[in-house]
Design a protein around this ligand. Structure first.
Ligand code: ADP
Length: 265
């Protein structure tokens, strides 16, 4: 805990005294520290691909000047790094947009089933390439919730992309929609969207920190898969904006399930 202490002299009966005021600034300090950490993290994340790009530009000008095969290979790596920076900047923009709107209630009336179906459809090509099977279990009757369609599509996309990236060849990922039913955690009616995969799972010690910006279970693997480390932070903010709940369950060797509960008016 951090206090700001102010001392003021005061006149007292029979002499002089001092008045001490204690102001608890712990929260202010924490927010400041978090912002400094975030800026440091972003700078580091941007510098990594930039350093690679600068290095390869020098190589193309120098040692690889007369090596067409090498040039082709280096340009390929440069392209990958440039795409990584582009994704990072895109995710940073999404995050700041979602944060700015976090207190604004979403006003679109939408059917999560339609949104899930179209998101899965869009991700089929990358799932096929990665050897992961995508499926949906949707209720027969349509449901309506108030939400932001683009943002909820982003939630399902981020979770499925993670399942595709981390579950690995031969695994499957399923999106299940259920409800509306009474949800004690919402103290009201809600629908559930579960995104589960049959991958390697996540060690329980990581679960509480998973939605922190730039938190990765395996730094090397996330980078190799082109991850920015921001996907789940974006998911958390979007769920917050919808006044919903997010939970993660995972078992080593069995798979991971992300559950989102969204309120129904
Ligand atoms: P990233 O861009 O690194 O994927 P995310 O915020 O989307 O960032 O996810 C944070 C970390 O959580 C990932 O780096 C990965 O280690 C872990 N993770 C997320 N989803 C899964 C999953 N379905 N299976 C295993 N690990 C996962």
């Amino acid at each position: 805990t951090t206090f700001h202490v102010t001392v003021r002299p005061v006149g007292l009966e029979g002499g002089a005294g001092a008045m001490l005021t204690f102001e608890d600034v712990t929260h202010v300090e924490q927010v400041g520290q978090m912002r400094r950490d975030f800026v440091a993290n972003v700078s580091h994340e941007l510098r990594t691909p930039l350093t690679a790009l600068i290095g390869f530009i020098e190589t193309l000008r120098g040692p690889a000047r007369n090596d067409p095969a090498g040039q082709e290979r280096f340009l390929g790596i440069m392209e990958t790094e440039a795409h990584r920076m582009n994704r990072l900047v895109g995710d940073l923009l999404s995050l700041s947009r979602v944060e700015a709107e976090e207190r604004v209630r979403p006003t679109e009336r939408l059917d999560p089933a339609a949104l899930i179906r179209s998101t899965i459809h869009g991700l089929m090509p990358i799932a096929q390439e990665a050897g992961v099977t995508l499926q949906a279990e949707l209720p027969a009757e349509s449901v309506a919730i108030m939400g932001d369609a683009d943002q909820l599509r982003q939630v399902v996309t981020n979770l499925l992309e993670n399942a595709i990236k981390y579950a690995g060849r031969g695994a499957s990922a399923t999106v299940t929609l259920t409800g509306p039913t009474y949800e004690p955690r919402l103290r009201g009616q809600g629908v559930r969207i579960e995104v589960s995969d049959t991958g390697q799972g996540i060690d329980p010690i990581h679960l509480p920190r998973l939605t922190e910006r730039f938190y990765r279970v395996d730094n090397h693997r996330s980078r190799e898969m082109g991850g920015t480390g921001l996907g789940l932070a974006i998911v958390k903010h979007i769920v917050n904006r919808h006044r919903g709940r997010l939970r993660v369950d995972s078992e080593r060797g069995k798979g991971t399930t992300f559950t989102i509960i969204l309120p129904v008016d």
